[in-house]
Write a protein of this length. Structure first.
Length: 201
């Protein structure tokens, strides 16, 4: 016996098939608890909600990029002021007035470790939301690179660069079985790639 699908895209395909079946076999299956027209109305409502979510996720991505730009500008300004204060201050007490302490002895930065527990949290028509845990070892990541390839043996290609341990990827190839992986990056180098997950969007 067939198993009811769990993927959104597969459920949409099944809904369309049922609608077609109820329309073409109306004489035989004329006592269905829901008509083809009722199912189609619910399907169209779902697609509208899904598309609205994708649009919002795109807006969130743009807002996050703007936020990171603002944070970068603020960080550059604060670092410039602190460099000046450090060069002029005579004591640690003076630095304390700025919420700062003296320079620490430099430590060698290490490349980041391996990203952990990459998973597909949600997916839809042409998009997928990935989440993972940051490396437990190694140096602090500056950003993450998400890679994608088409099964069975397509080449790995960069799909996104993000600063948080999650990513919403839109405009993904439809109807293809895709594999995803992620690795952390800092100025020393790249961490090991994560586990691989697959999705059909």
């Amino acid at each position: 016996m067939a198993t009811f699908p769990t993927r959104e895209s597969d459920i949409v395909v099944l809904a369309k098939a049922i609608i077609q079946g109820l329309n073409t076999q109306a004489d035989t299956f004329n006592k269905s608890p829901y008509s083809a027209q009722e199912i189609e109305a619910v399907l169209l409502a779902f697609i509208k909600l899904r598309d609205a979510l994708i649009a919002l996720q795109a807006q969130v991505g743009e807002a996050d990029t703007a936020k990171q730009g603002g944070l970068g500008e603020l960080t550059d300004i604060l670092k410039a002021v602190l460099r000046y204060v450090e060069s002029v201050a005579d004591s640690e007490d003076q630095l304390a007035h700025f919420g700062w302490a003296g320079r620490r002895a430099p430590t060698a930065l290490q490349p980041p470790g391996q990203c952990r527990v990459l998973e597909v949290v949600r997916q839809g028509d042409g998009w997928v939301f990935l989440d993972w845990k940051e490396p437990a070892e190694g140096g602090k990541p500056s950003f993450y690179t998400v890679e994608r390839r088409e099964l069975p043996d397509g080449p790995w290609q960069q799909a996104a660069t993000v600063v948080e341990s999650e990513a919403t990827l839109v405009n993904q190839p439809k109807g293809k079985t895709l594999e995803y992986r992620v690795f952390a990056v800092n100025k020393v180098g790249n961490g090991a790639t994560s586990n691989v997950v697959d999705a059909v969007v």
